[in-house]
Design a protein around this ligand. Structure first.
Ligand code: MN
Length: 752
């Protein structure tokens, strides 16, 4: 029988419909226990609206678009633990932005509750927009936090959306992948962490790593696969006696080995300079108890005692987050014990309830909150949200500073500090006595001159440690000063100090304002917006306030106004001569150093083959063949960075609008200076052998060679000119194959 193209198409359309329905039913099933009367038709309606409005759209992967909102809804329900309202909003999360459906439509169909959440989701959809400036991005991030403080569901659905996009990033173009992945590391993973969504945070980080540094990701996941059997065997051996003892004590429990995330392994390798082998040697298990809430603390400690009957604990590695939960609500008991054959094993003990909170964060809190008082963890999370709201509502908060401060809050670990009366405050690690003073009260901070830490007198810049008892000493004569900003680290202290300084400046500036107005009066011109702008521009200041302040403290000379000309009631600043010619010459010279010849193009920008001048970034020294992107700097034109440059994530996430797509043009004419480090056994002929490979065998130009030798091991650095990455790789492989050579590594700038 013959099949026409139309029939094939029709058939696959049928299959797609079936797939969509299957996914939709799975969503309904996961909501089943939470469905109340009237929910079902409402969900159905949301699904229909979404399906109808996205019906002609497809994702980059080619699948029907509607599968995305359904997947987001399923993540929101199944992995974050959200309910029916959130599922409906997740289904509709892209319709206002992408289709004809308006917010008013949603409000009249579902009610204001829903349209508010969807409005929030639409507003934060472009945090890092290609076209937006840094200030706009900061403003967007502020919006995210504002919606978070208002209704955390918005951000939770947004995280579900982001997670699904990260899981399906494969079909995107490379630049898009890099941008989305960097933004995820920069904003969404820390947010997930702050909200206590540990599982989602790890997955986001792992997926980001997969796209920003594919080779690292590949190497670690390969390593994990290879060592899996050995690790499972060890964990089983370790858990066996504990399991038996727990059974005898008739505990209901689960015990399992906890896989480490690829990202956390990578972090450990980077920060602690350990090898892959050493990292795989770190084990962790988790014991989860099924026990009623009133007995959970006692039971967790009983289990702790059983574990430590078998294995000796490391005394400085006990963490009791049950008595004092983390700021994001996390509760558990952690200890590290010495397992069989002398390996350290981290043991996490928690109840089922605590485990759900650890996995689902805030959403789980709400579930448990019904019908009883808030516990310590919940009120702490609430107070963080309150602090966020306070800062956002303060009109004096500078958006970009605020963004930096909040990011600090998101990333850092916590310490616990006691007041003289024994009340506990939670502060981020690195907090000083002054941070503590501001945390208690802004007046206390402003008047702080010193502190007693555990009865010992210390300066206000003293860094606190967990368990410190701190008494603040004040003086009515004290005033905040600029240098305080150098050692406080909390957002609250920073914003209060800045506020005081600004107030102070305002008072001082008042004098300058009077002086300037008198002067203008003498010149017979008004203090109009135009005239003030001319003066501000002339003195190269940010605002009239800065000019007033400068005049008041004498850093600006008001006599310079004499050089201004007056036209009617308008002032005009004198024209300054600019040494344009010399400037041009210098920059041309600099350009020549980096670009070997004008008519050889190494880099192609965007889709076209526009010729643009550029420089290679010093921080990562890219050579042809490296994966690169272009970054438009403010003063130095275009710079080319490697995508695995240490600065890349920050640049891509923060200044997305300045990033341009670049790729290497095929070019064999020009050589690049790069370095390799060679480690091997010291041997009389070794230098001869190396130089032979470089000059005679591969005919690569060598610029310099320096070798250190200690106790029979040599460590050498050779600077060579290569044409591209392929040539460098070949060189490294050849050198590594030589007798007596252990390791050949491409030099990073930071190694020098
Ligand atoms: Mn989406």
């Amino acid at each position: 029988m013959e099949t026409t193209i139309a029939q094939i198409y029709h058939k696959s359309e049928e299959e797609e419909k079936k797939l969509i329905l299957r996914e939709y039913r799975a969503l309904l099933r996961s909501l089943k226990e939470r469905l109340k009367k009237g929910d079902r038709p409402r969900i159905r309606r949301a699904f229909e609206i979404a399906a109808e409005s996205h019906k002609d759209m497809r994702r980059k992967s080619g699948e029907p678009y509607i599968l995305h909102p359904i997947a987001v809804a399923r993540i929101a329900v199944e992995e974050i633990g959200l309910g029916v309202t959130s599922a409906i909003c997740a289904l509709l999360h892209d319709v206002v932005e992408d289709t004809e459906v308006t917010l008013e439509d949603i409000e009249s169909e579902f009610g204001a509750n829903y349209s508010k959440i969807i409005d929030g989701l639409t507003k934060i959809s472009n945090v890092v927009d290609l076209k937006s400036t840094t200030t706009e991005q900061a403003e967007n991030f502020r919006k995210i936090l504002l919606t978070l403080a208002h209704d955390p569901r918005v951000i939770l659905i947004k995280l579900a959306d982001r997670l699904h996009n990260m899981r399906t990033l494969d079909s995107m173009k490379r630049e898009k992948q890099l941008k989305i992945a960097s933004e995820t590391t920069y904003i969404y993973a820390p947010l997930a962490h702050r909200l206590g969504l540990y599982e989602i945070k790890s997955e986001l980080e792992d997926l980001s790593l997969k796209y920003t540094q594919p080779d690292v990701y590949e190497e670690i996941s390969q390593g994990l696969k290879e060592t899996k059997r050995e690790r499972t065997r060890y964990i089983n051996e370790f858990s066996k006696p504990i399991k038996e003892a727990l059974k005898t004590e008739s505990f209901k429990f689960e015990i399992y080995g906890r896989p480490k995330s690829i990202h956390s392994i990578w972090n450990k390798i980077k920060t602690k300079h350990v090898s892959f082998e050493e990292v795989y040697d770190i084990f962790a298990i988790r014991i989860i108890l099924d026990t009623p809430q009133e007995k959970e603390k006692e039971d967790c400690w009983r289990v702790y005692s059983i574990v430590t009957n078998f294995y000796r604990p490391s005394p400085d590695r006990l963490r009791d987050w049950i008595s004092v939960p983390k700021g994001n609500g996390y509760e558990a008991l952690h200890t590290t014990v010495m397992g069989p054959s002398g390996r350290w094993v981290e043991v996490q003990i928690r109840s089922k309830r605590m485990n759900e909170i650890a996995e689902k964060g805030v959403a789980a809190h709400w579930k448990y909150k019904e019908g009883r008082e808030k516990n310590a963890a919940e009120s702490k999370l609430d107070s963080w949200l309150q602090h966020l709201r306070d800062m956002l509502n303060n009109p004096d908060t500078d958006t970009i500073d605020f963004l930096q401060d909040i990011k600090l809050d998101l990333f850092t670990e916590e310490i616990y500090i006691y007041t003289p009366k024994g009340d506990m405050r939670v502060l981020p690690q690195g907090a000083t006595a002054l941070d503590f003073a501001f945390d208690i009260h802004s007046e206390l901070g402003a008047k702080c001159i010193g502190a007693k830490v555990n009865y010992r007198l210390v300066p206000i810049s003293h860094e606190l440690k967990t368990g410190d008892q701190v008494e603040i000493i004040t003086s009515s004569k004290q005033k905040p000063s600029e240098d305080w900003l150098n050692f406080v680290i909390t957002g609250k202290a920073k914003s209060r100090i800045k506020y005081y300084l600004k107030e102070e400046k305002r008072i001082v500036a008042q004098d300058g304002k009077e002086i300037l107005h008198r002067k203008l009066n003498n010149m017979h011109v008004p203090a109009s917006q135009h005239n003030l702008n001319e003066i501000v521009a002339y003195f190269k200041k940010q605002s009239p306030l800065d000019v007033y302040y400068g005049i008041a403290v004498g850093s600006l000379d008001i006599k310079e106004l004499r050089a201004f000309t007056v036209h009617g009631d308008k002032l005009q600043q004198p024209v300054k001569e600019v040494a344009l010619e010399t400037k041009l010459l210098i920059s041309e010279k600099e350009e020549q150093k980096n670009i070997p010849s004008k008519d050889t193009e190494l880099i192609i920008f965007g889709e076209s083959s526009d010729k643009i001048l550029y420089k290679l970034a010093q921080c990562c020294q890219p050579i042809p063949g490296d994966d690169v992107f272009g970054f438009i700097t403010s003063g130095e034109g275009l710079k080319i960075h490697r995508t695995d440059c240490p600065n890349a994530a920050q640049l891509l996430a923060n200044y997305g609008h300045r990033v341009v797509k670049t790729k290497w043009a095929k070019n064999k004419e020009i050589s690049f200076l790069t370095g390799v480090r060679i480690i091997g056994l010291d041997d009389v002929g070794v230098i001869q052998k190396i130089t032979n490979v470089i000059s005679a065998d591969l005919k690569v130009n060598m610029r310099s060679i320096s070798i250190d030798s200690h106790d029979g091991v040599f460590d050498g650095t050779i600077m060579v000119y290569v044409r591209d990455k392929a040539e460098l790789d070949k060189l490294c492989a050849k050198l590594e194959a030589l007798d007596g050579i252990n390791k050949v590594i491409r030099l990073q700038v930071s190694d020098k």
